[in-house]
Design a protein around this ligand. Structure first.
Ligand SMILES: Nc1ncnc2c1ncn2[C@@H]1O[C@H](COP(=O)(O)OP(=O)(O)OP(=O)(O)O)[C@@H](O)[C@H]1O
Ligand SMILES: [Mg+2]
Length: 369
């Protein structure tokens, strides 16, 4: 098993973008923020693009509202050698900005006022992922930061992040427009097709907005949108290119549990199939054993101290921890056997949530091993 050299990754001037991905709730946002703080403290001009951070973490980063532009984080009692900037993705504003930049003032207003756009377009499945990539592209284009750390949206599968642009672009491409504008089909078959194609909120919206008007707005929006972008697919391809460029690395975050590691396996294979550079797997919230005592020794000792209930309880707890640690080690060893080329970093579960800079710094230390 090789260990990820996190500090080498953070220090390497060639390293420009680090994407933290993984399935829901595994610690992507925490890892991204911790890496960014560490990179800044090691001297890099760093920006972290977070997505839906927990409120307390956002506050710790000085993010009280969705600004959609990075703000410099004031690190109290510590002068970072580099700089730490942070932002929360505002999906809607990113979409709006994209429309403004590409449509020209008059057409942009028309698009932004379109009721379909206002109610539905940001609920296409894949929009959040796409807008995260769009924002990454914008941040990279400014050249203001030498390291951009990207969090990815909460989703069931880590693969969603890579699939989203294609999914969104097929939702917004010409075929969809033809479907929507084919009057005979719009009410029945066509509508069902639209739902399948990725309107996660469509059913709800149809019940709140008059269906016919919605379809008219939708097709107007899509026609304008399509001519504006000259093919949404092309843009999706460009963002994918950025992710494939040599300065980008992916870190897959996973819990040391069977489902999460299976998911991580798929993701690792997919990255390699797409020639996207993987820096390694972060096993987050592991349960290493702190004392040397083996499980069997702890249980034997517990038997002998039954007159001291507290000591017995502690020893039994220790025996459980030994079991858990051994199970996690086995799971990680199995992952490494299947993917010997993938480097690993382990981050133990901290006692509480990670919601302040000290917590992030602590995670950073653990990440660096
Ligand atoms: N090593 C750790 N020790 C203790 N708590 C942790 C650790 N890593 C993450 N957490 C906590 O777990 C929770 C989920 O973490 P986080 O928000 O980073 O996950 P996520 O993958 O971004 O989730 P989502 O998919 O919902 O975006 C947070 O409350 C965070 O503070
Ligand atoms: Mg998150």
């Amino acid at each position: 098993m090789t260990t990820i050299d996190i500090d080498a990754l953070l220090d390497d001037p060639e390293s420009r973008v680090i994407v933290c991905c993984g399935s829901g709730g595994v610690g992507k946002t925490t890892t991204a923020a911790a890496l960014a703080l560490r990179a800044a403290e090691r001297g890099r001009q760093t920006v972290v693009l977070t997505i839906d951070p927990a409120r307390r973490l956002a506050q710790a980063l000085g993010l009280r509202e969705l600004g959609n532009h990075p703000k410099q984080v004031q690190v109290e009692g510590f002068e970072p050698k580099g700089e730490l900037w942070a932002m929360m993705l505002d999906m809607r504003r990113t979409f709006d900005d994209m429309v403004r930049v590409h449509a020209g003032p008059e057409r942009a207003e028309q698009l932004l006022q379109n009721p379909f756009y206002q109610t539905i377009s940001t609920s296409f499945s894949g929009t959040q992922e796409y807008m995260a990539m769009e924002k990454l592209g914008q941040l990279a284009a400014t050249g203001e930061w030498d390291l951009i750390i990207v969090d990815t949206p909460p989703s069931r599968s880590a693969l969603d992040f890579l699939d989203a642009p294609t999914r969104l672009s097929s939702a917004l491409d010409g075929r969809m427009i033809r479907l929507l504008t084919a009057p005979a089909k719009a009410g029945g078959w066509g509508l069902r097709k639209v739902v399948n194609a990725g309107f996660s909120m469509f059913a709800k919206a149809v019940s709140t907005i008059i269906g016919g008007q919605l379809l008219t707005d939708a097709s107007a929006f899509m026609q304008a949108f399509d001519s504006m972008f000259g093919g949404f697919r092309e843009r999706a391809r460009k963002t994918a290119e950025l992710l494939r460029s040599s300065g980008t690395s992916f870190l897959v975050v996973a819990a040391p549990e069977p489902d999460a590691l299976r998911e991580a396996s798929y993701f690792v294979e997919r990255l390699s199939a797409e020639s996207m550079p993987l820096a390694g797997l972060i096993a987050n919230r592991t349960h290493p054993v702190l004392a040397k005592l083996s499980g069997a020794e702890a249980l034997a000792a517990a038997e002998s101290v039954q007159s001291a209930p507290l000591a017995e309880a502690v020893l039994r707890l220790h025996a459980d921890r030994v079991d858990l640690a051994a199970r996690e080690e086995r799971l990680l060893a199995r992952f490494t056997r299947a993917h010997p080329e993938v480097a690993l970093a382990k981050v133990p579960a901290l006692a509480g949530d990670v919601h302040d800079l000290d917590g992030l710094r602590d995670i950073g230390v653990k990440l660096a091993g």
